[in-house]
Design a protein around this ligand. Sequence first.
Ligand code: ADP
Length: 801
Amino acid sequence: MAVLKTDTRRWTIPAIGLLAALVVGLSPLQGRWSQPLEDWLQRGVAPLQASEGVLIVDADDRSIEQLKGNGSWPYTRDTHALLIDGLRRHGARAIVLQLLLAERRDTVDGQPAAGPVSAGRTADGRLLDDSKLARTLAADGAPVVLAAAGIEPLPPPATSDADVPAQRWQAMLLPAASVQPAATGALRLGVVTTTLDEDGVLRRMPLWHRGDGRTLPGIALAALFAAGGSVDSTWPTDTQGRVRPLLAPLGSVARISYHDAWTLGTGDAALTPGGRQLAALIRGRVVFVGSSALLAGRSMTVAGQSDSMEIAAQSYTALRDDRLLRPAPAALQALLVLLALTPALAAALTRTGTRWLLAGSALSLVLLLGAAVWLMHTLTISVPLAAALTALPASLVALLVQQRREQNKCERRLAFEREVASQASVAKSAFLANVSHEIRTPLNAVMGVADLMATTPLSPEQRRHVEVFRHAGQTLGALIDDLLDLGKIEAGKLELHPEAFELRASVAAVEALLRPRAGLKGLAFELDIAPEVPAWVLGDRRRLEQALTNLVGNAIKFTASGRVALRLGVAASGALEFEVEDTGIGIAPEQQKLIFEPFVQADDRVSRDYGGTGLGLAITRATAQQMGGSVRLRSRPGQGSSFTLTLPLPQALAPAATPAPAPPLPAGSAPAAAPYAGAVLLAEDNELNVYIVRAMLAGHVGRLDVAADGREALERLAAGHYDLVFMDVQMPGMDGLAATRELRRLEAEAGAPRTPVVALTANAYDEDVRDSQAAGCDAHLAKPVSRAALLDTLQRYTSKA
Ligand code: ADP
């Protein structure tokens, strides 16, 4: 079921891409969004070289200035007649006069005619300029096209009429009858006006125009006719009979000024080198005559701003050379959409990830643009790319959304698993604490009895047995401590208790504990403390000693002969470096990382030959990290190991007056001056523990009363005075802490002196110690408790009391 689900899900991405492509492709968005890219491609691909076979004669500002003598602008019609003569004489192929000669002008040689005119002449028989032009048009030589203009465009008809499709106009402006040649066949007209696209850009040119009941060719088509060409039925026209010529930017058609061309007509410039050059430009070309003066006739085209002569000349060459844009057939468009969808389809098929889809999409984009350029360049086909280009980001977005959703799902699952794991860890910590408590109670009894037996007269063999008891008990106690530490590490609850302490004293304590053990194995024990090591530092003394005991203990344990060294120095960083080096069995390289994991030993033989649990290094490393330090290991199997513990312990000032710490009591022996208390109360529900404590305190208390729970303890305290209370914490009914709190409250109420209370408990976590202090206990003894510790406490509180 799951497989089926993921299977359908991976097709979602190409499906969304396809949907996006369809929405865009079948709506007007396709044209609108594709247009800028099509224009851009057209600009990049359009011919940049000069168009061949055409020439522009421009009545520019300078020409108008120079020809002022022949009458002001617009020129009189004889000026044009002279120009046409010249162009013909120098071999122009056809002439397109893009000047609207709409009204009749009665001038003779540029001067207004005096008196009435008729039949193109003045009263004194002089030929009007308009007539001169009409005669020139009808004369032999290159054909001349005159401009007509449409007025007020009309929308295309709902149903196409029988004729060719044409641009419709309300009315048509034609040249004045006075300039039209007498023979009707000699009049050639071309319409110079055209409509723009919605964005004001000229992209399409109608082939035909219709208005006032007549159909006229557009200026470019009229020029083609004049040059001897004809309509090609394969031209790609739209429903309104328009074509899209590929236009080059303004300036790509050769251009001379009207004045220069006119001078050629007058004959006086023909022999100069400049004149010959001009004449060469005219020969065989279709000449477009117009005016760019005062920015007349400018339009925005795909290739930029152009003037009407340039647009007409380029449109003419586009028709002549068939450089017309063709719309892409629907099948081609579909193919391009498929190309755009290929990466998403491939990703779905091969189950590849985002990176491949991104790379595939980039490749697909390049291919799409490449195809578009190629199609435009070689086949002049314009492809609308909007649909295909929408498919690409749509698939990518779909993929990202899908991934985001899957990531969210994954995060939720991880959060759930973390929650389960953290609950499991809490449960484990609680379990460890319980087990530790349950083991400590009987262990207390075992150790207690062993302690008691050690104080009685024993045969040497019995004494050895007792020693075995005590040693095994201590090992078990240490294991429980390690397990508790591990539980705290895994629950992230390992706490440090920094204090200022004397470093050398700590190292000496470790040495005192372990040097005898090294001695027993015949190992040399070297201790070297560099002089720059500070005397007092700030840190958790107990944890440092625990780590050092672990490392040095291991060094002794895993070394059969040679030496064990503990060196203390200061690293360049200022941190303290404790190096523990041995000449022991060493550790194989592949084991060197693993042994820092809990319960890992280098190999199976280790536990058989050396014992241990594999917890020591895990605890040491966690402690070091908690202190902001680290443990490094260098070792060669068979040659020895070196563990370096680096700890950034800041230097501390020696406290002003340090009370001399009480020297530790040798295990099993009672303090020198025997302590004594008149009355002691023991609150303890476990009979075994009562028996042990009673036995340990025998001879040191006048009276030992026992209460089975907190309530009974309070009753006894109310009934009489006690020098000291040993208070078990976990008891049925009212527990030890509640009883202590109540006792402190009652004492405060009555203003009575404070009875010392020592918590006696198998709860050994740091927070247990804090809890008992908070409840009002004076001290905290963790089980198993030795006779020495019990008597020491007795002495401390009874001597105070
Ligand atoms: P344990 O000593 O209780 O086995 P540790 O965590 O202290 O647990 O050590 C893990 C393992 O690392 C040891 O069992 C032993 O294989 C290896 N090891 C530690 N210290 C040394 C050493 N100084 N020389 C050789 N092996 C060592």
